[in-house]
Every structure is written in C-alpha cells, then in structure tokens.
Write a new protein. Structure first.
Length: 111
C-alpha cells in the first residue's frame, strides 16, 4: 500500500448466481358472449407473455396470483380461473422464471 491511496493488494471478487424459482401459469378464461374469442385469447396471451418477460429481469419479484389475474383481464374477459401458480414469496436474491403458460377459454357468459 502507498501513503496516497490505501488499497489492499489481494482483493478477491467472487460472484454468485442468483437462484431461479421456476413456475407455470395455467388459466381458464370465461369471455363475454359479445367478445371475439380469437382476438381476446390472443390479447390475454400477449399480455401475460409481456408481463412474465419483464419480471424475469428483476430479483425478488414475488409470484402473486391476483397480479396474474389482473394482467389476464383484457377487454372481453368476464372471469379468470387461475389453476397455477400458488402465491410464492421470493427472497431478495432470487428470480422467478415462468417455464410454461397455458391460457385457454373455459366458456362464455352474458355478464
């Protein structure tokens, strides 16, 4: 070490990988009878795909079923039955990865 700057000469930096928490989404949508089924299903799938991709880039993002239901409530959706996932609280150093998404139409309703 010099008098001007005090720095240790033997720093060793080590990095750890953040643990991955895998989950799947399985949801059944009930649509309004007036909704176009193909368009509504495509919009719901696009919304959930965008949501899962954005969350994979951040650590400590909990898996909250109510948030997933909210994302799937696009125009034309009357109700969402979420079969998976269950609520999971992640540690600050963990990251969630959605490994599969299955969104289907369960039926229609007049509302």
């Amino acid at each position: 070490m010099s008098k001007e700057k005090k720095r240790p000469l033997t720093d060793k930096v080590s990095a750890k990988c953040s643990p991955r928490v895998a989950y799947q989404i399985r949801a059944r949508l009930t649509l309004f009878t007036t909704a176009d089924q193909e368009t509504t299903l495509a919009a719901a799938r696009e919304a959930i795909n965008t949501w899962t991709r954005s969350r994979q880039t951040r650590l400590g993002q909990d898996i909250v079923p109510n948030q997933i239901i909210k994302v799937l409530q696009v125009d034309g959706v009357y109700d969402v039955a979420l079969d998976m996932p269950a609520k999971k609280v992640l540690q600050a150093h963990e990251w969630a990865e959605c490994t599969a998404i299955d969104v289907t139409i369960a039926g229609v309703s007049d509302g």
